[in-house]
Design a protein around this ligand. Structure first.
Ligand code: SF4
Ligand code: SF4
Ligand code: FES
Length: 271
C-alpha cells in the first residue's frame, strides 16, 4: 500500500491504482467527461487534470489515467489547474456548441467565451466513449463479430458487416462518430449502451411502448412471455441467447428461475 495526499487529505492506495479512482474513493471531487468506470480510459477530454508533486518536482497529469507508483502530493484545484480546466471547457464549447452539459460546465467553472468561431457541430466532444462501449458490450465487439460470423455460417439471422457498428469517421473539423457510410447498421442490436455512456447526450434515442430508434434504425422491444416485463430489444435478446449458445426463451431472470425450480420439483415429484 502507498500513502499519498490529495488536497492535503491522507489517502491510501494500491500501487498502480489510478489517481481519479483514489480521489473518488476518498470523496474528493475531480470533474470528468470522458471517464466511465466500466470502460478503458483514453484521456481525451483532459478535464480531470491535477497537479502532482513527486520528489520535489510538480507536473500536471490526467488523473483518470495516472497510475500511482509512489508517495506523491496531489492538488486538484490550484489556480493553474482551474485555469487549465477553464480553457479546456472553453475549447470543448467551440467543438460542441449545442451541448447543454458543456454549456452548464462552462458556466459553473467560469470558462471564457473565446473569440473564435464554433465548429458547425452538435454535442459531440469526440471522447470515443460510445465506440468503446459498443466494442465492449454491444454488437461492435471483436468477440461478437467473430461469433456472428460463425453463426452466419450456421444460418444465423444477423448479417455481418465486417466492421464495427460505430466508429470515428473523417478528420479534422468533420470528424464525428457514425455507422458505416452513415447508414443504419445491420449488426447494431439497439442495446443503447453507446447512448447511455455518452456524456453530452449526442446520441439520439427515441422510445415508444413498442420499441426504440437509435442510429437511424428501429428496434422492436421484447417482453417476458410470462410476466410481461420489458427485456430489451428483440435483437438484443436473441443476441444474448446466441452468445450463450442457446435459443432465446423470452423470459425475465425471475420467471426463468421459477421455471427451472418448477422443472426440478416436477423431476423429483414434489409438485
Ligand atoms: S445500440 Fe448499436 S451502436 Fe450502440 S452500443 Fe448497442 S450495438 Fe453498439
Ligand atoms: S457521441 Fe458522445 S460518447 Fe460518442 S464520442 Fe461523441 S461525446 Fe463521446
Ligand atoms: S476524464 Fe480524464 S481525460 Fe477525460
Amino acid at each position: 500500500m502507498i500513502q499519498i495526499t490529495i488536497d492535503g487529505i491522507p489517502c491510501t492506495c494500491k500501487k498502480g491504482e489510478k489517481l481519479l479512482a483514489v480521489a473518488r474513493r476518498n470523496n474528493i471531487f475531480i470533474p470528468t467527461l470522458c471517464h466511465h468506470d466500466g470502460l478503458p480510459g483514453m484521456g481525451s477530454c483532459r478535464l480531470c487534470v491535477v497537479e502532482v508533486t513527486e520528489s520535489g518536482r510538480t507536473k500536471v497529469v490526467v488523473s483518470c489515467l495516472y497510475p500511482v507508483r509512489g508517495e506523491i502530493e496531489v492538488v486538484t484545484n490550484s489556480e493553474r489547474i482551474l485555469a487549465h480546466r477553464k480553457m479546456i471547457l472553453a475549447l470543448l464549447r467551440k467543438r460542441a456548441p449545442k451541448s447543454d452539459v458543456i454549456a452548464h460546465m462552462c458556466e459553473a467553472f467560469g470558462a471564457p467565451d473565446l473569440p473564435v468561431a464554433s465548429f458547425d457541430g452538435g454535442k459531440c466532444i469526440l471522447c470515443g466513449l460510445c465506440v468503446r462501449a459498443c466494442d465492449l458490450i454491444g454488437a461492435g465487439s471483436v468477440a461478437t463479430r467473430t461469433l456472428l460470423k460463425k453463426l452466419a455460417g450456421q444460418g444465423c439471422a444477423y448479417p455481418v458487416a465486417g466492421a464495427g457498428v460505430i466508429a470515428m469517421v473523417n478528420r479534422g473539423t468533420t470528424k464525428s462518430v457514425s455507422t458505416p457510410y452513415d447508414e443504419p447498421s445491420e449488426i447494431c442490436i439497439g442495446c443503447g449502451g453507446c447512448a447511455n455512456v455518452c456524456p453530452t447526450g449526442e446520441i439520439t434515442v427515441t422510445e415508444t411502448d413498442d420499441g426504440r430508434t437509435i442510429w437511424g434504425k428501429e428496434f422492436k422491444f421484447a417482453f417476458c412471455k410470462e410476466c410481461g416485463e420489458l427485456l430489451g430489444t428483440d435483437k438484443e435478446v436473441r443476441y444474448a441467447a446466441q452468445r450463450g449458445g442457446r435459443d432465446p426463451d423470452f423470459l425475465c431472470p425471475a420467471c426463468r428461475q421459477k421455471r427451472s425450480a418448477d422443472a426440478m420439483a416436477d423431476a423429483f415429484g414434489r409438485r
